[in-house]
Ligand binder design. Structure first.
Ligand code: SF4
Length: 285
């Protein structure tokens, strides 16, 4: 079983002091230690953006992928070896812009993995342009007169895509986020968490204080997370009161449950020595 000390790498962080990514990192390490997994059992995958460096800061197997492709890579790893615990980390531009099409399909397939989106509502790595979740009117380098389009609603989209575990956390509350991550990893199916992650360098609007003045916890208000319709209503709450916590959760067979030949025979452990692909290669000449 890993401890917090085991999970810490000697790599010096490149994130700006105060970045919301630190809160997510703390929550992830706490969750892995709480889950009692062995280091070898866990694979983390990241995309492109400031968040992507997280694979360097958690001492488990890591794969730093390309922009928008966290879910295809994480899916491939899980299907090849269902014995692994796979956690994908994406940025808001990474998942909701570049990787948007993968999002709804992974949710409806209910691949048994965890997806954590570092949602800072801006492109931090490229020094401040709008993303799909930037608020309308938000002035950035790419929108000097203010963004003219409304933001995308990832929670509502996850719900209508038949997601089976849909949650939102806040990097400024790592203890609460740790609980969500533990639940998401334990969930059989795709455990999806959108995390408000203040970018202290480029997002002057959605700050820690901005969130603290607005956020409330669904579980403290008796929200019934088994009711998709109620979850949808909650997903549209915005403005002075914004909910975090588990919006919706249901037990439904995973993608691999429907493919027992893949689930029961670990692809990554099958012998390859006797496979002859000569005729296939010949047919392609
Ligand atoms: Fe964090 Fe923003 Fe700095 Fe990137 S630019 S490390 S998101 S504070």
């Amino acid at each position: 079983m890993v401890t917090l000390k085991d999970l810490t790498t000697p790599v010096k962080s490149n994130w700006c002091p105060g970045c919301g990514n630190f809160g997510i990192l703390t929550a992830v390490k706490g969750a892995l230690a709480e889950l009692g997994l062995e280091r070898e059992q866990v694979v983390i995958v990241s995309g492109i953006g400031c968040h992507g460096k997280i694979v360097n800061y958690v001492d488990v197997n890591g794969f730093h992928g390309i922009h928008g492709r966290v879910l295809p890579i994480a899916t491939g790893i899980k299907l090849a070896n269902p014995e692994l615990t796979v956690i994908g980390f994406a940025g808001d531009a990474d998942q909701y812009d570049e990787g948007w099409d993968h999002f709804c399909h992974a949710l409806r397939r209910n691949i048994d993995l965890t997806l954590i989106v570092h949602d800072n509502q801006i492109l931090g790595l490229t020094t401040g342009q709008t993303t799909a979740t930037s608020l309308q009117g938000f002035k950035t380098k790419s929108t000097p007169f203010g963004s003219v389009v409304p933001p995308l609603n990832p929670i509502a989209n996850a719900l209508v895509s038949n997601g089976t575990f849909v949650a939102r956390g806040f990097a400024g509350d790592p203890r609460h986020l740790q609980r969500l991550i533990v639940e998401a990893v334990r969930h059989k199916g795709l455990g999806y968490i959108d995390v408000f992650q203040p970018c202290v360098t480029f997002n002057y609007l959605n700050t820690y204080q901005w969130f603290r003045e607005r956020l409330y916890k669904l579980e403290e208000k008796g929200h019934d997370y088994t009711d998709r319709q109620k979850a949808l209503e909650k997903s549209f709450e915005w403005g002075n009161r914004i909910p975090i916590g588990i919006f919706y959760k249901e037990d439904r067979p995973t993608y691999l449950d429907a493919l027992p030949h893949l689930r029961d025979k670990v692809l990554a452990k099958m012998p390859v020595e006797d496979i002859d692909i000569t005729s296939i290669m010949e047919s392609m000449k």
